[in-house]
Design a protein around this ligand. Structure first.
Ligand SMILES: Cc1ncc(COP(=O)(O)O)c(C=O)c1O
Length: 476
């Protein structure tokens, strides 16, 4: 059963738990790959992160709360920087890793990324403002977006960002004019639509490029854009950029994308006499949300991608450009989880005599839109104690007025779970707070960073007063 416009209740035919969800031998066992590295169960059976147990977190900060294992986030960032750097150094050009801040950004996170020596990808004036507030070095910032405003471009150039990724001919005009007005030469890349769509284990290579981002390769627009940019004294072309999708688990899609982008890169060298120094292959590296996902490590990804670059550059007879990569989810996602409190538990009968328990928590689609939006799968565990009951097929749902308000579609939770218990959902460090809303006027949860036995707030909880403060009443 999957999404129905009117909500899950209206969909038909539930075939039982998905194949990737076997009946667990121990319902309290934590599947390591889903959790931040410091997470474990303590002697009392409570979930613990970086030495702080979930019950203490809930008591001190309330629920729901997003929790980030700071050391884990930093370690994942470092692994990308070091392993990608090492892999691409082998083929000549080296690599820069841009943390894709759309996955999750706040000032503290921008500071961690700067301290770990990565670059930062922003795609709006708001994300840039956070980076500036964090004192992120301008030359290590890249700015994206298919419709950047003049104000956003001006702010980026004013701050001295290292690259603006151009997305249309209108934008070439706009950036040229603003660079001229500011008296700077704008470093730019050209986003290319290479005709590769990659999602999870599948990718599709097509000739058509029916999407809003980038300059078409097949239609010749990308080459024309390069000609234009190279003729503008106010712009400096660094290279081409391609991003092919999300939750990608192998390098096959990158192979096609890199080949197509490098053909263009080589054509510019041949016909324009310009050896572009860089190539950006974007982000999209997959993470494990459930036992069905098997992500590659940054070292494995780096080795595979570097082999592709080496082979394609040799075939084109060009030196390997410096490569940039833009992982977001793979750094922030597994470093975080969401802590909820259970409010109600309700059993329902499904077709074929199956039973499922609905476990309602104190958050939902406003703090995690991905299940409703993308039919994303998540996992969950009891977090305040060891469950004593048998594993029971459960659905973790929120408190919103929407039957599609589901956080975790299918999970085994202990049969004795009840009101007041805590539930933790791993893998929520990326695209959860970032996509959150105030639906039903429910204030957004805080983000807590935990490190070396200490938890602190890095984004505070929203309050009803915050929500009311934006609301301008007519005379009461
Ligand atoms: C241009 C670009 N780079 C990087 C990313 C980050 O993707 P992910 O978080 O899946 O690594 C995205 C995501 O949409 C993107 O559009």
């Amino acid at each position: 059963m999957r999404a129905h416009e009117a909500g899950a209740l209206h969909a038909s035919g539930y075939g039982g738990p998905p194949q990737w969800l076997p009946y667990p031998g121990d319902v309290n066992e934590l599947m390591r790959i889903l959790w931040p590295r410091t997470v474990r169960r303590d002697e009392q059976g409570r979930l613990e992160v970086a030495g702080v147990d979930a019950v203490s977190l809930a008591q001190e900060f309330g629920t729901p709360a997003y929790v980030v294992d700071e050391a884990d986030f930093r370690a994942r960032a470092r692994a990308f920087r070091d392993d990608m750097g090492a892999a691409f150094a082998q083929v000549g050009g080296g690599a820069d890793v841009y943390y894709a801040s759309k996955a999750f950004l706040c000032t503290a996170v921008a500071q961690w990324v700067a301290q770990e020596g990565l670059c930062l990808d922003v795609c709006s004036g708001g994300e840039l403002a956070v980076a500036i507030r964090a004192g992120f070095p301008g030359e290590r910032i890249g700015m994206h977006g298919n419709n950047k405003s003049a104000a956003e471009i001006r702010a980026a150039l004013d701050y001295g960002v290292g690259r603006i990724v151009l997305d249309s001919f209108d934008e070439i005009d706009r950036v040229t004019a603003i660079a001229a007005e500011l008296g700077v030469v704008a470093p730019v890349m050209i986003r290319v639509t290479v005709g590769v769509e990659a999602h999870t284990h599948e990718y599709i290579a097509t000739a058509h490029e029916d999407q809003k981002f980038g300059f078409s390769l097949a239609g010749g627009h990308a080459y024309k854009a390069a000609e234009r940019v190279l003729s503008e004294g106010d712009l400096r072309l660094l290279g081409f950029h391609s991003h092919i999708g999300s939750q990608i688990f192998d390098t096959a899609g990158f192979e096609v994308a890199a080949r197509r982008a490098l053909e263009l890169h080589a054509r510019v060298a041949r016909e324009q006499g310009v050896q572009l120094p860089e190539l950006d292959l974007g982000g999209g590296f997959g993470i494990a949300y459930t036992s069905e996902h098997h992500p590659l490590s940054p070292a494995e990804l780096g080795a595979g991608m570097a082999r592709i670059i080496e082979r394609e550059c040799r075939a084109e007879g060009i030196p390997a450009p410096r490569i940039s990569l833009e992982p977001g989810r793979a750094i922030a996602g597994p470093a975080g989880f969401t802590l909820y409190e259970v409010g109600t538990v309700k059993e329902v009968e499904l077709e074929g005599g199956l039973r499922r328990t609905y476990v309602s928590v104190d958050g939902g689609m406003s703090d995690n839109a991905r299940t409703a939006l993308y039919e994303a799968d998540y996992s969950a565990t009891i977090a305040n104690r060891r469950g004593e009951g048998e594993p029971m097929l459960s659905r973790v749902v929120g408190k919103h007025c929407e039957s599609g308000d589901i956080v975790v579609m299918d999970e085994y939770l202990p049969a004795d779970i009840g009101p007041g218990d805590l539930v933790a959902v791993p893998g929520t460090g990326a695209y959860c707070r970032a996509l959150s809303s105030q639906y039903n006027h429910i204030p957004r949860p805080p983000v807590l960073a935990v490190r070396d036995g200490v938890a602190r707030v890095i984004v505070r909880r929203e309050t009803i007063e915050d929500i009311l403060a934006l609301d301008v009443p007519d005379e009461l």
